[in-house]
Design a protein around this ligand. Structure first.
Ligand SMILES: NC(=O)c1ccc[n+]([C@@H]2O[C@H](COP(=O)([O-])OP(=O)(O)OC[C@H]3O[C@@H](n4cnc5c(N)ncnc54)[C@H](OP(=O)(O)O)[C@@H]3O)[C@@H](O)[C@H]2O)c1
Length: 303
């Protein structure tokens, strides 16, 4: 059994494990392998893990425990709180085989509560925990240019920073464990209002017979411009939503935001309304549509 010391240097040959090869995890784990890390992967649906192995090399395992064995760093990017608990805990969870002195990095967007709960369990087993939710979408993951918001011990953060730079561009520690997830909530709150505003803007343009491309060309460089406007207007205008950041995930995130806000006494009235709009999109069958599908909801109700 390897007992990793806290000051073990991570080299590009270090053994790293990645759990969850979805839209985000698949390319993120791929960047680690391309950078030379010795990567072992686990995915619940094993077909995806074998596809990953074919594309990037490395080793695919059937359980998180096997994938995490002897890894200096274990990263996860699964769906929600329960999914994260399931890959960490239980008989086949990663925490059962992770060594003392190893580091767990969670890239899933989850609640600050589950983060603190798992960080405490990890600490009792001598495992360091960094919460590191990401922003930048599928394109950011594939391009290796994600923004990563981190919480956890400063020294441990410094130790894993070069590893996260394999797939991240702007990476910042905001405080102790849980701070990364709070920052991610602030990110989601800011996005919710912007996407609804952009949807209303394009809806008005389409209803008025304006050419959306020309409109965006003239307004995107001014005060109305946003990442959403630049990256999403074309697909929104073409009524194309079968990609990107799923509405189901956004509702999971907004529920966390609203609860976190309630706990600290912060009112988020616009976020609460947009959350209900996303509920409408789910009822329209759009749970896996991109979050920019708020425009489709407006079109449906105005037809
Ligand atoms: N997509 C984005 O643009 C984006 C951007 C920023 C943050 N995020 C966040 O990143 C996380 C992952 O998003 P994603 O878009 O990559 O999701 P996704 O494509 O749905 O992938 C989810 C991954 O988690 C695995 N998983 C789910 N439940 C599990 C369980 N109980 N046990 C083991 N594995 C489980 C899935 O395995 P299977 O293959 O077996 O289903 C899959 O590998 C989410 O928290 C999301 O909110 C996503």
């Amino acid at each position: 059994m390897v007992d990793h010391q806290q000051n073990d240097t991570l080299t590009q040959n270090s053994k790293v494990s990645f759990l969850g090869l979805g839209v985000m995890g698949f390319p993120m784990a791929g960047h680690l392998s391309t950078q030379g890390y010795d990567v072992s992967v686990y995915n619940r649906t094993s077909r995806k893990a074998h596809e990953w192995q074919k594309q990037f090399g490395g080793t695919a395992f059937d359980t998180p425990a096997l994938a995490a064995k002897e890894a200096q760093v274990v990263c996860a990017c699964v769906g929600n709180d329960d999914d994260l608990r399931s890959v960490c805990l239980g008989e086949e969870g990663a925490f059962t085989t992770m060594e003392k002195g190893s580091i767990f990095i969670d890239h899933t967007t989850v609640s600050p509560q589950v983060t603190r709960e798992l960080a405490e369990i990890a600490k009792n087993r001598g495992i360091s925990y960094i919460d590191a939710p990401v922003s930048g979408g599928q394109a950011g993951a594939e391009g290796g240019i994600l923004s990563i918001m981190c919480g956890g011990d400063e020294k441990v953060f410094e130790q894993v920073l070069p590893l996260m730079q394999s797939y991240g561009k702007t990476i910042k520690r905001l405080g102790d464990v849980g701070s990364g997830q709070i920052a991610k909530m602030c990110n989601q709150v800011a996005i919710a209002g912007v996407v609804q505003g952009l949807s209303e803007s394009l809806h008005l343009a389409q209803k008025s017979g304006l050419d959306v491309e020309s409109l965006v060309e003239v307004i995107s460089g001014g005060a109305a411009g946003s990442w959403q406007m630049v990256n999403r207007h074309k697909t929104m205008n073409a009524d194309h939503y079968e990609y990107g950041f799923a509405v189901d995930w956004m509702r999971k995130d907004l529920a966390i935001c609203l609860q976190a806000a309630d706990e600290v006494g912060a009112s988020l009235p616009l976020t609460a309304i947009v959350d209900q709009f996303y509920k409408d999109v789910q009822k329209m069958g759009g749970g896996r549509w991109d979050t920019s599908s708020l425009l489709k909801r407006l079109q449906k109700f105005d037809d």
